[in-house]
Design a protein around this ligand. Structure first.
Ligand code: HXC
Ligand code: NAP
Length: 294
């Protein structure tokens, strides 16, 4: 049995009217789903990613579906000048920026001893340096202008558990989580909020093709690891992201909300594997182990 999702829109129409939100890596996957929902709720949406064609196509499709303005440009978050240019473009178009979701990421599975220096650095550069580039660029502008704003950083649960075979990503996501918590404290006085989301498995082409090659799918079906009995639905994540970007969550600052159906805790609890024990086996075990009264 699984816990069924509710994929209704959680926030009311117009929640983001007049607000401008940037989503890095917004051309595909979860970035696209979060962006589309913000746009549906009234935001002026700005998306960035390295592939200009993907960004242009997604922006056009989203605008058509939501009826609101979506603008995008190619932007490699590893390059501060490109990040500055995306923010400049957003301000030119919409007058100001109110929030940014650091969603862009790079990742692949590989035994760590097989990684080249460049392979390790590439993932860390996209995830950690990319996030700090975007955060610095926009945070400095907000502080200079005396404007408030909201950041949302997409991490993973292995940001605190660690994980083999994705070590550069784990190291970088842990850094992003610390950036979130540290700046939530330091920049609160400027009216800037930072939070994070740690998603469990949410199927996307980008993640699945790199982390779940066909040969591993049966061995490593992520749904089997989740107490809720299933993978996540994009709208479930979009609802949480929109809430954390909205004024409804104004008193949440520096937190990381996990949305994984209980996946990481199942892996962590030492006795959780006992769920394989049947009722009959429990009868036998208890007959052997339970002390008799008196
Ligand atoms: C070993 C690899 C590799 C692999 C690339 N490299 N893929 N090494 N195993 N599978 C090495 C290359 O040989 C090269 O090193 C270095 O990494 C850089 O590779 P490039 O292809 O030149 O880099 P680039 O074009 O910048 O691409 C970055 C990328 C790529 C990270 C390698 O996968 C990418 O573009 N990813 C973006 C999208 C993505 O990853 N989405 C998934 C996010 S999912 P050398 O030494 O040869 O030069 C996610 C989920 C987390 O984060 C949690 C899930 C539960
Ligand atoms: P995805 O579709 O591959 O998304 C990654 C996006 O980042 C792509 O749009 C990619 O576009 C962009 N990107 C990569 N490198 C970039 C760079 N240097 N500059 C700018 N953009 C860059 O994968 P996803 O599953 O949706 O992942 C989205 C986020 O969720 C990531 O932070 C990921 O770590 C996190 N996450 C996902 C899962 C999951 O199960 N899917 C679980 C936990 C966490 P370009 O290639 O065009 O640049």
């Amino acid at each position: 049995m699984s816990i069924p999702p509710c994929t209704d829109s959680m926030l009311k129409d117009g929640t983001f009217d007049g607000k401008t939100i940037i989503v890095t890596g917004g051309g595909t996957g979860l970035g696209r789903s979060m962006g589309q929902y913000l746009s549906q709720l009234g935001a002026n949406l700005v998306i960035g990613g390295r592939r200009a064609d993907v960004i242009a196509e997604t922006a056009a499709e989203m605008a058509k579906e939501t009826g609101n303005e979506v603008w995008g440009d190619s932007c490699d978050v590893r390059e501060p000048e490109q990040v500055e240019a995306l923010i400049d473009g957003a301000i030119e178009r919409f007058g100001a920026v109110d929030g940014l979701i650091n969603n862009a990421a790079g990742n692949f599975i590989c035994p760590t001893e097989r990684l080249s220096y460049n392979a390790f650095n590439t993932v860390v550069d996209i995830v950690l340096r990319g996030t700090s580039n975007c955060t610095l660029a926009l945070g400095k502008r907000w502080i200079d202008a005396g404007r408030s704003g909201t950041f949302l950083n997409i991490v993973t649960t292995y940001a605190w558990t660690g994980s083999g075979y994705v070590v550069p990503s784990a190291v970088a996501k842990a850094g992003v989580l610390m950036l979130t918590r540290s700046l939530a404290s330091e920049w609160g006085k400027y009216g800037i909020r930072l939070n994070a989301i740690a998603p469990g498995p949410f199927p996307t082409k980008g993640a699945w093709s790199r982390l779940m090659p066909d040969a591993l799918k049966e061995l490593f079906d992520p749904a089997n690891r989740v107490p809720a009995g299933r993978v996540g639905e994009h709208q479930e994540l979009a609802n949480l992201a929109a809430y954390l970007m909205s004024d409804y969550s104004a008193y949440i600052n520096g937190d990381c909300i996990t949305i994984d159906g209980g996946e990481w805790l199942r892996g962590a609890g030492q006795f959780n594997g006992l769920e394989m024990v049947t009722g009959e086996q429990w009868d036998q075990l208890q007959a052997m182990m339970k002390p008799k009264k008196g």
